[in-house]
Design a protein around this ligand. Structure first.
Ligand SMILES: NC(=O)c1ccc[n+]([C@@H]2O[C@H](COP(=O)([O-])OP(=O)(O)OC[C@H]3O[C@@H](n4cnc5c(N)ncnc54)[C@H](O)[C@@H]3O)[C@@H](O)[C@H]2O)c1
Length: 383
C-alpha cells in the first residue's frame, strides 16, 4: 500500500495495516518531498514522494490510502481510481456531496475496492448492538438519539484546516464528527434517516492562527506571526431526525464543549428493549428493559454474536480500544481486496464510497435546514 497525507490519522492507517502482517507499506506522499521524507524515516517506510501522482504511478502500490485534508480527497482519490488502484479514504469521502457523488460513480466504474473508514463500525459491541436490533430483540424502534461531543476546539488559539471552508468544506463539526454519528446510527439500526431539522452555531467565531499552527488537536503557543480569523462554519449543532419507518431521533454535535474528549454516545430505544453504547466505555453495551433488570454486556467473545466476536481479539476482561476497532475496519478492507473487490464479497460491516456519499448528503441537508431557518429537509435519494 501507499499512503497520501501523512498527518494525524495516517499513523493509525499505517499501524493498522502493519498489524495485518501481509501488507507492505511501500511509500508515503506528503505536501512536500521534505515532509514526506521526514515521515517516511519516522515510520520506517522505504519510499517518499513529494507529489501524490508519483505514488499512484508506483507499480508496487496496489492500494492507496487517502488521509489528506478534505479538499484534496476528490483529486487524490479520483487519480487513484483512474489508475485502477483500490482506495481506502478516510472520512468524509470529500468536501461536498457533489464531489462525493463523482467519487462514488468513479469507484463503481473502476471496479476496485472503495472504502471509507467509518471506524466505529469496527467495535465489537457496536456489532453486538446491530445484531440485537436486526434480530428484533428491541422490537419496533421508536427513538434513536445521542451525541458526539469533543472539546479540542474550545480554545480560540486552536485552529485546523477543518474550519476553513476552502479546505474542510462548508461544514465543520457536522462533516468532521457528526458524519461518524449518523453513519453509526444508520448502521446499528439498519434504518435510513429520511429528514433532518438542524440548528447550528459558531460558538468561537474568531480564532488565532499562527504560521506555526500545529496539526490536528494541537494548540498554537507561538506568540509571533499570529492573526485573527473569522470562523463561519458550525462548531455546535443540534439536529432532529426522522427515520424511515417512523422512528424519531436527535443528535448533539460539538467540538467546543469543555471536558468532552471523544464523547460519542448512541442509544436506540425499541418497544421491547433499548441498547446504549458509549465510545469512551467501548468494552460495554447497556441493554435496558421495562419490568426486568437491565444488563451490561462486556466484550466477551464467548458470549457475543458471531460478527461481534470476529472483532474481539482478546478474552473477556482484556480491554480493546479505538485502534483495535480501526484495525478491524482495515482488516475487512483488505479481505475485500484479496477477494478481488467483488461487490458480493464485501464484508457486511465495511463502509464504501456509497456510504460516504450518503453521509455528505445528510450533512448538506442539515446545512440547508439551518440556512432556511430551521425547517425539515428530506435527504435526497442518491443520484
Ligand atoms: N476516522 C477518523 O476518526 C478520523 C480522525 C481524524 C481525521 N480523519 C480524517 O483524515 C483526514 C486527515 O485528517 P488529519 O487529522 O490526519 O489531518 P492532518 O492535517 O493531521 O494531516 C493531513 C496531512 O496531509 C498532508 N497534505 C496536505 N496536502 C497534501 C498533498 N498535496 N499531498 C500529500 N499530502 C498532503 C498534510 O501535510 C498532513 O500531513 C481528514 O479527511 C479527516 O477528516 C478521520
Amino acid at each position: 500500500m501507499g499512503l497520501i497525507g501523512p498527518g494525524f490519522i495516517a499513523a493509525q492507517h499505517i499501524e493498522a495495516v502493519r498489524r495485518l502482517g501481509d501488507v507492505e507499506v511501500v511509500a508515503l506522499a506528503g505536501s512536500s518531498l521534505e515532509a514526506a521524507r521526514r515521515r517516511a524515516a519516522e515510520w520506517h517506510v522505504e519510499r517518499a514522494y513529494g507529489d501524490y501522482r508519483e505514488l499512484i504511478a508506483d507499480p508496487d502500490v496496489d492500494v492507496v490510502h487517502n488521509t489528506t485534508p478534505n479538499h484534496l480527497h476528490l483529486e487524490v482519490s479520483l487519480a487513484a481510481l483512474a489508475a485502477r488502484k483500490h482506495v481506502i479514504s478516510d472520512k468524509p469521502l470529500s468536501d461536498s456531496a457533489e464531489h462525493s457523488r463523482i467519487l462514488w460513480e468513479a469507484a463503481r466504474r473502476a471496479r476496485v475496492a472503495h472504502v471509507v473508514t467509518f471506524n466505529y463500525r469496527g467495535n465489537p459491541l457496536v456489532q453486538e448492538a446491530r445484531s440485537r436490533v436486526s434480530r428484533g430483540e428491541l422490537g419496533p424502534l421508536c427513538y434513536v438519539h445521542g451525541q458526539y461531543l469533543q472539546d479540542w476546539l474550545s480554545d480560540e488559539r486552536v485552529y485546523s484546516w477543518r474550519l476553513d471552508p476552502a479546505r474542510g468544506g462548508a461544514s465543520s463539526a457536522l462533516r468532521d464528527i457528526g458524519s461518524h454519528w449518523c453513519d453509526l446510527a444508520e448502521h446499528v439500526t439498519g434504518l435510513r434517516i429520511e429528514a433532518v431539522l438542524a440548528d447550528l452555531s459558531t460558538v468561537v467565531a474568531r480564532r488565532e492562527v499562527s504560521a506555526a499552527a500545529g496539526g490536528t488537536f494541537s494548540r498554537t503557543t507561538a506568540t509571533r506571526g499570529r492573526r485573527k480569523v473569522r470562523i463561519a462554519s458550525e462548531d455546535l449543532a443540534t439536529v432532529l431526525l426522522r427515520f424511515h419507518g417512523g422512528a424519531k431521533g436527535c443528535v448533539a454535535v460539538g467540538q467546543v464543549l469543555p471536558g468532552h474528549k471523544n464523547d460519542l454516545q448512541l442509544e436506540v430505544n425499541g418497544r421491547e428493549a433499548s441498547v446504549r453504547w458509549l465510545q469512551e466505555r467501548q468494552n460495554e453495551l447497556w441493554v435496558g428493559r421495562f419490568g426486568q433488570p437491565s444488563m451490561v454486556i462486556g466484550k466477551d467473545p464467548s458470549i457475543l454474536c458471531a460478527q461481534a466476536a470476529r472483532y474481539a481479539h482478546l478474552p473477556a476482561g482484556h480491554q480493546e480500544g479505538w485502534a483495535d476497532a480501526f484495525r478491524n475496519v482495515i482488516a475487512d478492507a483488505y479481505q475485500w481486496i484479496r477477494e478481488g473487490a467483488r461487490p458480493r464479497a464485501r464484508p457486511a460491516a465495511l463502509a464504501t464510497f456509497a456510504d460516504g456519499y450518503r453521509s455528505d448528503l445528510l450533512v448538506e441537508a442539515m446545512l440547508a435546514s439551518h440556512a432556511a431557518g430551521g425547517v425539515w429537509r428530506k435527504i435526497p435519494l442518491p443520484g
